[in-house]
Ligand binder design. Sequence first.
Ligand code: HEM
Length: 425
Amino acid sequence: MPSAQSPSQSPVPQPVELFTPAFHQDPHGALAALRQTAPAVPVVTPNGLRTWLISGYEQARELLADPRLSKDMRVGRDLIPRNFADPEKQRAFLAESGDHSQFPQVLSVHMLDSDPPDHTRLRRLVGRAFTARRVEALQPRIIEFTDELLDGIAGSERVDLMEALAFPVPFTVICWLLGVPPDDRSEFRRWSNLLVSGAGTPEVRDASVSMIAYLRALIESKRTEPADDILSDLVQVSDEGDQLSDDELISMAFLLLVAGHETTVNLIGNGTLALLQHPAAREQLATDPALWPAAVEEFLRYDGPVTNATWRFTTEPVEVGSVLIPEGEFVTISLGAAGRDPARYSDPDRLDITRSHSASVAFGHGIHHCLGAPLARLEGQIVISRLFARFPALRLAVDSTELRWRSSLMMRGLEELPVLTGRSA
Ligand code: HEM
């Protein structure tokens, strides 16, 4: 039970269990109910970790930019044991996930797990390589690759779009950025799938060791033979004599893989599903393709990839409205709940592709605002628009209630998206 008290000394309620299988089937209903309870609600994850849920738009935006909340996971990891509600579950969690102190630190010396001044330095150096020009240059390749995948789908009546389209595009784009050669990609994908599962099992640790060794060798090869990719630029980049160390390069490559891959997969999956469920929006886009950029913003708000949570911990007590969160506790900010806050968006549960989208938090806010947002938007627009243009009769192959959602603490995404292609245009 959290030790927090509201300023009026009213007792803090028992933590609500969140991120259960029922939650993943309908997170927006559960999040809306919690938003009405309090600006910060104590919740517990199914494996027993206590945290505070933030579900209002204003509070989310403020806390995302609040320096009293840290993302330094080298420190945050030590807070895990004391934030367990139940000692039994903590023992089970540690037994199941292994000794986290053994998990390679090199994978979390990246900007998303850092605070200033480390964050400032890393983001500045990486920003020099991750330029708008680089992202724009990818456009024709993404179009060509998407069309090849759509050609592959055209022969089948029933297809799982997650496997056939939503996964391959972002994953291949990351491989292009990092310069991972085609022959290495299936092994690279196997390791990355294991690593993003977040478990601390021996299999995952083996994958992390293999991935680190692979990235170390790849970096060395970019140093001796630079190619036209971001990793080669990152190896060369320097800022007044300052350079990324090999460990920082490995961690950055890993961050690009995780942050840039899982998220965009779910933008494509959730966005496609939203359109399949909203024929009027689909017709609007068919008659007015200029609406696509706004439609992608709306997909990000309506059912975005980071619906469930992005995590931080308090370095001092933080007051959120009437609730005081003590120091050393985890805070989960639900970007999906923020995007459905009726105080910010009128009729928030309605998909409206003509809505205006200033100051959206779907890509975060403040110093950690997503570095890859322009790339993600580009991929989302190309893939979803070309899919619907190519298959005008595309429809869900199952009832919406039969769709299975992944049980992730952070991401909202489908296990499978079975569709019937109809006739290709
Ligand atoms: C950070 C969302 C795609 C690279 C973030 C954050 C969010 C986010 C919410 C901030 C997290 C926080 O403050 O805790 C998304 C979504 C995407 C997407 C919804 C797809 C629809 C990408 C892509 C890349 C990328 C394609 C790169 C290839 C990054 C990086 C950061 C980041 C490097 C860390 C920035 C920092 O800490 O300063 N993203 N992202 N993301 N994202 Fe993305």
